[in-house]
Design a protein around this ligand. Structure first.
Ligand SMILES: *Cc1c(COP(=O)(O)O)cnc(C)c1O
Ligand SMILES: [Zn+2]
Length: 399
C-alpha cells in the first residue's frame, strides 16, 4: 500500500502514482513486516539481505549487488573532533553512489509494472545509476541533466551505459518539472526520488548502520541533503527496525546543506515545516545543488521527530573536509559527500554535537565522480627523467 504523507490518503501499490491526487503531497510505501532479526543471518551483504522489508516482487529483482558498503571507523578524525566517528562509504556501490540502492528497488518495481521506458532528471548520480540499472533490466532510459553542471564521471557513466542523455538549459529543479510532466502523461516511468520505491531501497543504509553496530543506533547520523530523499529514507529504515523491535534507540538525524542551496536548513532555523525554495541554487557540490527539495516534508519530519539538526556549510568548508577525509583517513569522496564531515566539524565547534557522541557520517558518492574538482585541489605531479639519481634527490629533499 502507498500512503500520502500529509492527508494519509491510501493508494494501491499497482498504481503508477508519484504525488497525492487529493492534496499533492509526496507518497510513502507502507511496509508491514513480522520476522525476527535472525532472518538476516548468513545472507549475502547486499540490500536484498533485508528483502522482507522491500515491498516488491522477489522474482523480478534487478540488482548489481548494491549495498553492504564499508563502514569505516575513523580513529584519527574522530580523535581530533572528540567523537566516536564512523563513515558509511556509499561510493563503494556499483556505480559509485547510494543512488544504486534506490535504483535497484525502483527498477524492480518498474519490471513488476511492466513499463518499457524509464527516466529521471538528475544532478548526475541518479542518471548514472538509472542508466546502469536500465541497461541491466533491458529498458529504454532517458535522462535530463542541467547543462554544464554535471560532474564529468557521472556524465560519462550515463552516456556509456546507453541512456539517451538530454542536456537541459536550466537547473535541476526545472529539469525535474519537465520530466515529471512527461511521466504524468505516461511517456515514461519516473525514477527520481519522488518515486517512493527509490526510498525503499535507500532506507537500507539505516538498516546496515544499526545492524553493523550490533543492533544499536548511533547517537547521530549526519548526511548531505539535496532533494532530501536520502535523509527521509534512512529515517524510515531506522523507524521500521525500531518498530520491529530490533533496536531500542534512534539517532538524531542531522542534515547538512550547502550555503547556496539550503531551503531545509533555512526552514529548520525557523522551526518551520514549509520550505521557501531557493531560486538559483549554487554550490560546488553539484549533487546537492537543489533549490526545491521534493522530500522536504519527510526530511523535516525526520529531523524534528528525531531531535536532530540541520546546518549549512560553505563551499570552502566542503572542499577542506573532502581533502581532510582523503588525506587523514584514505576515504575519497565527491564534494557533496564531504558536506557531512564539514557539517560535523561545524556542529562540534558550535557545541551542538557533544564530546564523545557516537556519530555516523554518510559519505554519499565516490571521489572519481568529480575528477576535475579533485585535480584542481591538488598540486601538479613533479616532472622528472626516469633516472635514479634525480629520483633520490627528490625523495631526500621532501623527507
Ligand atoms: C543524490 C546525492 C545527494 C543528495 O541526496 P538527496 O536524497 O537528494 O538529499 C548527496 N550526495 C550525493 C553524492 C548524491 O548523489
Ligand atoms: Zn494527500
Amino acid at each position: 500500500m502507498i500512503e500520502c504523507v500529509s492527508c494519509k490518503a491510501k493508494y494501491d501499490s499497482d498504481e503508477i502514482i508519484y504525488t497525492c491526487e487529493k492534496c499533492g503531497a509526496v507518497l510513502e510505501v507502507v511496509v508491514d513486516v513480522d520476522v525476527s532479526k535472525e532472518t538476516f543471518d548468513c545472507r549475502k551483504d547486499t540490500l536484498w539481505k533485508y528483502k522482507e522489508f522491500m515491498p516488491v516482487d522477489e522474482s523480478k529483482i534487478v540488482s548489481l549487488d548494491e549495498g553492504g558498503t564499508p563502514f569505516c571507523k575513523c580513529e584519527k578524525l574522530g580523535k581530533d573532533l572528540g567523537v566516536e566517528l564512523y563513515v558509511k562509504v556509499e561510493g563503494s556501490n556499483p556505480t559509485g553512489s547510494f543512488k544504486d540502492r534506490g535504483m535497484s528497488v525502483g527498477m524492480t518495481k518498474a519490471m513488476e509494472l511492466g513499463v518499457d521506458t524509464v527516466g529521471c532528471a538528475s544532478t548526475g548520480n541518479t542518471s548514472a545509476s538509472l542508466a546502469a540499472y536500465a541497461a541491466r533490466a533491458g529498458l529504454r532510459c532517458i535522462v535530463l541533466l542541467p547543462s554544464g553542471k554535471v560532474a564529468l564521471g557521472k556524465l560519462a557513466q550515463a552516456m556509456f551505459h546507453g541512456a539517451e542523455v538530454l542536456s537541459v538549459n536550466g537547473n535541476f529543479d526545472e529539469a525535474l518539472d519537465a520530466v515529471t510532466q512527461l511521466a504524468l502523461e505516461k511517456h515514461l516511468y519516473l525514477l527520481n526520488s519522488i518515486n517512493p520505491y527509490r526510498l525503499e531501497g535507500q532506507k537500507s543504509i539505516g538498516f546496515e548502520i544499526v545492524h553493523e553496530l550490533g543492533w544499536n543506533s548511533p547517537d547521530r547520523i549526519i548526511l548531505p541533503v539535496g532533494n532530501a530523499g536520502n535523509i527521509s529514507a534512512i529515517w524510515k529504515g531506522i523507524t521500521e527496525f525500531h518498530n520491529a523491535g530490533y533496536i531500542s534507540n534512534k539517532p538524531m538525524m542531522t542534515g547538512i546543506q550547502a550555503e547556496g542551496a539550503s531551503p531545509i536548513a533555512d526552514a529548520f532555523r525557523k522551526n518551520a515545516m514549509d520550505i521557501i525554495p531557493v531560486k538559483n541554487p549554487e554550490t560546488i557540490a553539484t549533487a546537492i545543488r537543489i533549490g526545491a527539495p521534493v522530500s522536504s516534508i519527510k526530511a523535516l519530519r525526520a529531523i524534528y521527530d528525531s531531535n536532530g539538526y540541520s546546518e549549512t556549510v560553505t563551499d570552502d568548508e566542503i572542499l577542506a573536509a573532502q581533502l581532510e577525509l582523503a588525506r587523514k583517513e584514505g576515504i575519497g569522496v565527491e564534494p557533496a559527500s564531504a558536506a557531512s564531515i564539514a557539517g560535523l566539524k561545524k556542529l562540534v565547534n558550535d557545541g551542538i554535537v557533544d564530546k564523545g557522541e557516537q556519530v555516523v557520517c554518510v559519505v554519499t558518492g565516490h571521489l572519481l565522480k568529480d575528477p576535475n574538482t579533485a585535480i584542481e585541489a591538488s598540486t601538479e605531479p613533479i616532472e622528472i627523467e626516469a633516472d635514479v639519481e634525480q629520483l633520490k634527490n627528490i625523495l631526500l629533499k621532501n623527507k
